[in-house]
Ligand binder design. Structure first.
Ligand code: BTN
Length: 283
């Protein structure tokens, strides 16, 4: 039996996270395994596997207090308070894949890394039979339904800059287990593929792809990787409507900047850099 690790303080469950956590694990994180894969270059050499946590991103950030190796992976079977972008909840029932990576990039690249990590996710989904594409910035979509999401966060600990990249994939999840309002816009591997794929197998393949990408990130100019991302981003070329704070604009998604911004040309021909906000694809 693995020792019980100190877990994050209990937090209120977000209203739309339909997760049932047993009393045994509701107030602490239970580590159920630790895997070492020496063949990987940087990411996924050590994987800490938890039964349930509040959020793998939060557990990863707590681990930054100790001297953890770069590339450490926190993987949980379920999350009681999974977090998405824009402060939204990420419903994390049993069956889905929830993992976070600790990285120490050479520059403050949390946003671009979050963007680039969409590529290995799409690669893994395609490998297992779902021909997904990337909606800007990093939603893995299949037939206009979201199947995976990424939350990347830049964190300073003891003056060292870290990026925690969290990935949630709806793998072996029944659509009905997701919140009612999410269901019409979401899909799952189980729903799309008539073959059972164990989370271990999916994670193993995903980690190999993430490890390759991160090694390229460390050894290549970022422009080349952004160019690859552009090729997988299905938002490019589409008419979009975005809101950035109080500003709203409509135009054509035209390019990805080397800073990771989506470049939009509005109807008057002016270029705008879009990062965060809401983005709607217009038909
Ligand atoms: C989004 O599309 O809004 C991002 C979703 C990110 C969810 C993952 S699941 C693993 C990690 N832990 C979290 O709390 N969030 C990310």
């Amino acid at each position: 039996m693995w020792p019980r690790l100190p877990g994050p303080p209990p937090r209120r469950r977000p209203p739309d996270a339909h997760v049932e956590i047993s009393p045994r694990s509701s107030d602490s994180s239970l580590k159920i395994g630790e895997v070492h894969e020496a063949n990987r270059k940087a990411v996924g050499r050590t994987i800490l596997h938890f039964d349930a946590v509040e959020s793998t991103n939060e557990t990863a950030k707590e681990l930054l207090e100790s001297d953890v190796e770069e590339g450490l992976v926190v993987w949980a079977d379920r999350q009681a308070a999974g977090r998405g972008r824009h402060g939204r909840a990420w419903a994390s029932p049993l069956g889905g894949l929830y993992a976070s990576f600790i990285l120490r990039p050479r520059e403050a690249h949390a946003w671009v890394l979050g963007l680039l990590f969409g590529m290995p996710v799409v690669k893994a989904l395609r490998h297992f039979g779902v021909f997904a594409g990337l909606k800007y910035p990093n939603d893995a979509m299949y037939q206009d339904r979201k199947i995976a999401g990424i939350l990347s966060e830049g964190v300073y600990r003891h003056d060292v800059y870290h990026v925690v990249v969290g990935i949630g994939v709806n793998t072996n999840v029944d659509l009905e287990k997701l919140p009612a309002e999410v269901q019409p816009k979401a899909t799952t591997l189980k729903r799309e593929v008539n073959l059972f794929v164990a989370n271990e197998e999916f994670l193993d393949y995903l980690l190999n792809q993430v490890d390759d990408l991160y090694s390229r990130y460390r050894n290549t100019r970022i422009e080349f990787l952004v160019k690859d991302y552009r090729g997988q981003c299905t938002t490019i070329g589409k008419r979009v409507s975005v809101t950035m704070g109080k500003e709203k604009l409509t135009g054509k998604a035209y390019d990805i900047g080397t800073n990771g911004a989506l470049v939009i040309i509005d109807d008057q021909g002016a270029k705008h850099d879009f990062f965060e906000g809401t983005l709607e694809i217009l038909k």
